[in-house]
Write a protein that binds this ligand. Structure first.
Ligand code: LRH
Ligand code: MN
Ligand code: MN
Length: 426
């Protein structure tokens, strides 16, 4: 299934009048208020988010999994699905592979396919949270933190192999997320587990090509329910600092205890030049991996306010590896990802509308009411016409969900792949 240029053009014809009307109205208003609308639209068009290879099929919970028809069953088909997303949204120009679920069988062919669809290979993810078939050692009691040197060596070697695979595809970053931790008090010595993890990460870091970065992801709980070795940004930052300049912290929105001030975490990491990667999702209770912006859109906007500030004021921080890390239990994964991409762009656009100069003045005056008015004024603006314009300029469709449905993409995928496909992955 490939979306043709003519299909995009035909679809846009139906919605262009209504778009022009709402865009002109908004652009006029924003320009009068001193905004550079063209620059905001170009920033939106440039912003690309990687799709993880494991998010294209129906996910599941530990209680069950309900499959979805026409799911991709191999890497080629996953790239095709991202191609569909990218053709419609022009925002999904990258894929983040998970190894060993997505080891390419033919590197040249997969690169060619991705190139043709305008898709780059972003960070590669290692997996030491599951035992692999025929593996000599088990990760039941941890991987990089394990008391057994043989287990640690196996896990280190896996990460080095992942770097080699990513290197052949043009990736420039390794993401390490560990399930390591303990389920009961007394099970682990915290200091030993942390020190082993640090030493293992240093060994992996030594195998990192010069132009690569290592992204250390944290998570407070699950699958271990008493302690996690890399539990929070502090642990991640200490480990990254212990490795060197090319190691960074990765923030996953779902990996915080309730009510954590994520925007403050993001802000300070950028100040220190140590925010390397970002996983988008939303949650009500914990690591729920729900559609971005579906539960706490204002929190997402506040996080984007800090990200925009950092991108503009913190040259010491690298460009970030953006990725959606969601799971789809009841929705069509492609529709869910379209909704997530839209929510990301919406929060970004609203953050770009914040009058930073006026905010600074209000902060200097300790005018707390004004500070809030400035933030909420931006948040309450309906920025969707800006997103439409960015997509239109880049060759995408005005409204991706409508287009996805009117082109009957899922129906086509079912015709091509049959009904009983099961995606590999989480
Ligand atoms: C587990 C998780 C994590 C990783 C992914 C591979 O929580 O979702 O966020 O990025 O698995
Ligand atoms: Mn994640
Ligand atoms: Mn997660």
């Amino acid at each position: 299934m490939k979306i043709q240029k003519e299909q995009v053009v035909d679809f846009n014809k139906k919605e262009i009048d209504s778009h022009n009307e709402s865009f002109d109205f908004l652009a006029n208003k924003l320009s009068k208020n001193g905004h550079d609308v063209n620059s905001i639209v170009s920033k939106l068009a440039e912003f690309q988010v990687a799709i993880p290879s494991w998010a294209l099929g129906a996910g599941g919970t530990r209680f069950g999994r309900f499959g979805f028809y026409g799911e991709p069953s191999n890497l080629e088909e996953k790239i095709d699905d991202i191609g569909v997303l990218h053709s419609l949204t022009q925002t999904a120009g990258a894929v983040s592979l998970h190894i060993p679920w997505d080891i390419p069988s033919d590197y040249a062919a997969i690169k060619e396919k991705a190139d043709a669809l305008g898709i780059k290979f972003d960070a590669v993810n290692s997996n030491t949270f599951q035992d692999q078939k025929d593996a000599a050692e088990t990760y039941k009691y941890g991987s990089l933190s394990n008391l057994s040197q043989a287990v640690r060596e196996q896990a280190i070697q896996h990460n080095l192999d992942v770097i080699k695979i990513g290197d052949k595809l043009g990736s420039k970053a390794l993401t390490v997320w560990l399930a390591d931790g303990s389920c009961f008090p007394g099970q682990n010595n915290f200091q030993t587990a942390f020190q082993n993890t640090q030493n293992s990460l240093i060994d992996i870091y030594k195998g990192l090509p010069d132009d690569w970065s290592m992204l250390v992801e944290y998570k407070p709980y699950e699958p271990n329910f008493y302690s996690t070795v890399i539990q929070d940004w502090g642990a991640s930052l200490m480990l990254a600092n212990g490795c060197g300049d090319k190691a960074y912290t990765l923030v996953d929105l779902g990996h915080h205890l309730p009510n954590s001030n994520i925007e403050q975490i993001v802000s300070i990491l950028q100040l220190k030049g140590k925010l390397g990667g970002f996983h988008f999702n939303d949650s009500k209770y914990g690591d729920d991996d729900l559609t971005v912006g579906s539960i706490k859109p204002y929190a997402l906007f506040l996080i984007f306010n800090e990200l925009v500030y950092g991108m503009e004021n913190n040259p010491q921080n690298p460009d970030l590896a953006w990725m959606i890390d969601a799971s789809h239990n009841v929705k069509d994964p492609l529709e869910d990802l379209i909704q997530s991409l839209e929510a990301i762009q919406e929060a970004y656009a609203k953050a770009l509308l914040i009058d930073q100069k006026a905010l600074k003045v209000a902060q200097l005056d300790n005018d707390v009411v004004k500070c809030q008015e400035i933030l909420q004024g931006a948040y309450r603006t309906d920025v969707r016409p800006l997103l439409e314009k960015a997509r239109l300029n880049a060759g995408g469709v005005l409204s991706p969900i409508n287009a996805y449905r009117s082109l009957d993409v899922r129906g086509q995928l079912i015709k091509e792949r049959g009904k009983h496909t099961v995606a590999t992955g989480l």
